[in-house]
Ligand binder design. Structure first.
Ligand code: IPM
Ligand code: MG
Length: 368
């Protein structure tokens, strides 16, 4: 029995709808296992820009600092704040959180549920056995490199972004990947563009050097374009994939289609900061704010709920409870409960709230 503090930053679009279900599931876990979760809600993204003048306020950063973990929904998706001329971008909230708390390791597990194998656009035979963990570097590369600007020169307007990585940044993320591979099938695929980019050549050198410290783990290097191809050609051949920030962003949207829907993929962003119970982290579904379906009760809350499971596992050290949520989700999927994104001909569709309630109902039988 424990007492835990969780910062809840639901954000924009479908963020609040799916996060609410994740919070409900956590509350149910609290009841079943006798834990007390204190949820501190705060604004991020467009909602925060409108109410507080910035995508995330200093007070909200402080609130996160005081918490054991952050449960995050999604930000962005408002036409008002898109585009190069917008002064404050809602995504800034994410970047400030990631950088501010040095959450450099973004873990995105991709394991299609058996019952959803036909929901993917990829053939079942190709998919079967797929169980990969993408470890995306999250605080470096093009997202944070300076300069990054549109500027006017004598020759006209130009734009620049900077892809920079230090050896130390590469080393720590590659190490994370190897350590995680040891608890899995002991294979690391390091993804780069070493035939073109200097940053990738350093990446490959460092990955090779660190790999020597892990003789029990197989290391494979793939160019990012080839990786994108192999991901749908032989997805079950991957174990841990480690890559830089932008490559990881793109590859994980691709990988989400292996799981049938973006609405199924959770993520954990971790650094080195410890809490009393585990590693401080931020947990979010990878799907984003999906403004086109916001407020329609259609969104799939499972990625958010599975993110809450990762929160229990990594930040609170509550393994049994995390397993219970994952099992409850799997049970619901096995029973044929589907949200709109996974609609199957002739089967009823659950809305966001119903899906959350079904997971809670399944938990009642699983929790001991
Ligand atoms: C993600 C998202 C973000 C990213 C956006 C919203 C800035 O796509 O977490 O994958 O690019 O990192
Ligand atoms: Mg993305």
């Amino acid at each position: 029995m424990g007492t835990y503090t969780i910062a809840v930053l639901a954000g924009d679009g479908i963020g609040p709808e799916v996060t609410e279900q994740a919070v409900n599931v956590l509350s149910a876990i609290g009841q079943h296992y006798g834990h007390t979760f204190t949820f501190h809600k705060a604004l991020v993204g467009v909602a925060a820009i409108m109410a507080e003048g910035d995508a995330i306020s200093d007070a909200t950063m402080e609130l996160c600092q005081q918490s054991d973990a952050i449960l995050f929904g999604a930000v962005g998706g408002s036409a008002r704040y898109e585009g190069p001329n917008s002064k404050v971008q809602p995504e800034r909230a994410l970047f400030r959180l990631r950088k501010g708390f040095e959450l450099y390791a973004n873990l995105r597990p991709v394991r299609p549920f058996n019952a959803l194998i036909n929901a993917s656009t990829i053939k079942a035979d190709v998919l079967r056995g797929t169980d990969m963990l993408v470890v995306r570097e999250l605080t470096g590369g093009l997202y944070f490199g300076k300069p990054s600007e549109i500027r006017t020169t004598a020759q006209g307007t130009e734009a620049i972004d900077t892809l920079i990585y230090t050896e130390a940044e590469i080393e720590r993320i590659v190490r994370t990947a190897f350590d995680l591979a040891r608890g899995r099938r002991r294979k690391v695929t390091s993804v780069d563009k070493a035939n073109v980019l200097s940053s990738s050549r350093l990446w490959r050198q460092v990955a090779t050097r660190i790999g020597e410290e892990y003789p029990d783990v197989e290391l494979e290097h793939l160019l990012v374009d080839a990786c994108a191809m192999h991901m749908i050609r032989r997805p079950n051949n991957f174990d841990v994939i480690v890559t830089e920030n932008l490559f990881g962003d793109i590859l994980t949207d691709e990988a989400s289609m292996l799981a049938g829907s973006m609405g199924m993929l959770p993520s954990a962003s971790l650094g080195t900061r410890k809490t009393a119970h585990g590693l401080f982290g931020l947990y979010e579904p990878i799907h984003g704010s999906a403004p086109d379906i916001a407020g329609q009760h259609k969104a799939n809350p499972l990625a958010a709920i599975l993110s809450a499971a990762l929160l229990l596992r990594y930040s609170l050290g509550l393994t049994q409870e995390a397993n219970a949520i994952e099992k409850a989700v799997e049970q619901c999927i096995d029973e044929g409960i589907r949200t709109e994104d996974l609609r199957e001909a002739g089967k009823p569709v659950a809305n966001t709230e119903e899906m959350g309630q079904q997971v809670i109902a399944a938990l009642t039988h699983i929790a001991v």
